[in-house]
Design a protein around this ligand. Structure first.
Ligand code: ADP
Length: 498
């Protein structure tokens, strides 16, 4: 039901708009209590006025009832004696006055339920059997407000206080009842006036509240529009400065989050630009060498065949270099293509390490570097074979490449119940401490010329780190310049997808 109402309302008004919501809420909070208050004031007045009217009439009737008793009205109402007739006329006039004043009817009923006097003159002499009258004779005062027919009916006992009991005390005997009904028309009239006046006030209030709701809904929303404007400005490219809308804590939070996102995007953009610049530079270097070599052959007339051969060999090695860079770049781009590309299978890591070392030993031998392998236990882990081979090969190859003559490389394999550890340490050149944090950056080389000389592209460790992270593992490096380095890779034994 509530959902239906909400949907209907939503069709009429765009309730998803905060501005409209604020407007509606202020309207509801401002107007509904006013309407209830008007109702409460009017009905409260009615209750109060009826009580008041009853007690005023009761008081006047009490005076009349005293007169009645003093003049023995109930006993002598049929007596034709002049004195009685005169005093009866006075009392009748009093009763007449009350019934005129309150637009009502007063009946005097004696203890035998006979109507002694009726200001309407209709029921005199008749016997009235009414619950209220009987209850009143028993000492119970009653009144009844009939709002529908517009009258108040009440009973007032006629109490003879001169009656004395056996011990001589006044026993206040009820000798008759006055049954009175009066009109409520004057109360209704006042109520109508009251209602009209409060309606006018309420209408004024509604106008004020609608105006207030309109103004507030616009003013309160303004900071959010400012946030949108500022973001649009950045989006359109007019500004790339951090935006600030501190009006509300909420807007400040939104703006903070946006600024952080913008900063992140800028870092990403900068690094992409730097990468493109680096790639161009790296690809241009071998090309430049090739061009220099080719040019010098062209400009030399009658160059000897040996020179041609020598330069051609250099050109081929530059082309090889270019090829290596492109291969590495492609490997890196593939790494960036998220996890679904992983080809996970349970693999014997000991066997894999042996195989890689077998492939790399000839290079090590060429440089007179001794490679040793220490395995603490057999390790089987869920990994992507190609990528894990890249990781291991890169690390061991680096340790061989950046080593001294007669140096050594130690490969250790260990595992606990969760991870396996692949550690490569060497007696090589080492890496200066301040350069250590940068070695995983693309194209970063500690000693550019040396790295290039030995065929490095500066991409090996970037590829290695990506592959390790894809396996949800970690890589750390420690190094002492001139003494050697140690790279440790930790990979979970069971692949945790995601
Ligand atoms: P590269 O293709 O030049 O070897 P890498 O990304 O593999 O590029 O390594 C980045 C740089 O880190 C290398 O140029 C080298 O200076 C340094 N480096 C890497 N491994 C070692 C190591 N085991 N010992 C000394 N320096 C190393």
């Amino acid at each position: 039901m509530l959902a239906k109402i909400f949907k209907k309302l939503n069709d009429l008004l765009p309730l998803r708009s905060l501005k409209v919501r604020i407007f509606v809420i202020i309207l509801i909070v401002g107007i509904i209590p006013g309407i209830f208050m008007r109702g409460a004031i009017v009905s409260n007045y009615e209750e109060h006025a009826v009580d008041n009217r009853i007690s005023t009439v009761q008081n006047q009737l009490l005076v009349v009832s005293n007169h009645l008793l003093n003049n023995n009205y109930l006993v002598t109402y049929q007596s034709e004696e002049l004195a009685y007739r005169n005093s009866r006329a006075v009392i009748d006039a009093e009763l007449e006055m009350i019934s005129n004043l309150y637009e009502g009817r007063v009946m005097i009923i004696d203890s035998s339920l006979k109507v002694v006097k009726d200001t309407y003159g209709i029921s005199e002499g008749k016997t009235i059997i009414s619950e209220e009258v009987i209850r009143c004779l028993r000492g119970e005062n009653t009144y009844n407000y009939d709002q529908e027919h517009g009258y108040i009916e009440m009973t007032t006992p006629i109490v003879d206080t001169s009656a004395v009991d056996m011990e001589g005390k006044s026993n206040g005997k009820i000798v008759g009842v006055m049954l009175t009904s009066i009109s409520n028309s004057s109360i209704v009239e006042t109520m109508e006036i009251l209602n009209q006046k409060s309606m006018v006030i309420e209408e004024l209030m509604i106008v004020v509240i609608v105006a207030l709701a309109l103004v507030l809904s616009v003013v309160l929303i303004r900071p959010f529009s400012r946030v949108t404007d500022a973001i649009n400005e950045v989006k359109a490219g007019y500004s790339d400065e951090a935006i600030s809308v501190p009006d509300y804590t909420e807007t400040a939070h939104i703006v903070d989050a946006f600024n952080q996102l913008q900063k992140q995007m800028k870092v990403l953009d900068d690094s992409r630009q730097e990468f493109v610049a680096n790639v161009s530079h790296e690809l241009k270097t071998p090309m430049a060498s090739i061009k220099v070599l080719a040019d010098s052959l062209l400009t030399q007339e009658n160059a000897p065949a040996e020179l041609y051969r020598e330069f051609m060999e250099d050109i081929v090695s530059e082309i090889d270099r270019e090829n290596r860079i492109i291969t590495d770049l492609l490997a890196l781009v593939k790494m960036d293509k998220k996890v679904q590309e992983l080809n996970i299978a349970a693999l014997n890591i000991n066997d894999l390490t042996e195989l890689i070392l077998k492939r790399l030993r000839p290079i090590a031998r060429k440089r007179d570097v001794e490679v040793v392998f220490e395995s603490m236990r057999p390790v089987v882990a869920e990994v992507d074979e190609v990528k894990m081979t890249l990781v291991m090969t890169n690390l061991v190859e680096n340790s061989i490449k950046y080593n001294k003559e007669h140096g050594w490389v130690k490969v250790e394999l260990d595992a606990d119940h969760q991870f396996f550890t692949f550690r490569v340490s060497d007696s090589g050149l080492g890496i200066p401490e301040d350069e250590l944090p940068h070695i995983y950056e693309r194209f970063y080389r500690v000693d550019k010329s040396h790295s290039r000389e030995i065929g490095g592209t500066g991409l090996g460790l970037a590829i290695t780190k990506s592959a390790v992270l894809m396996h949800r593992g970690s890589i750390t490096a420690t190094s002492v310049e001139g003494e050697g380095s140690c790279f440790t890779v930790r990979i979970p034994l069971t692949y945790i997808g995601g």
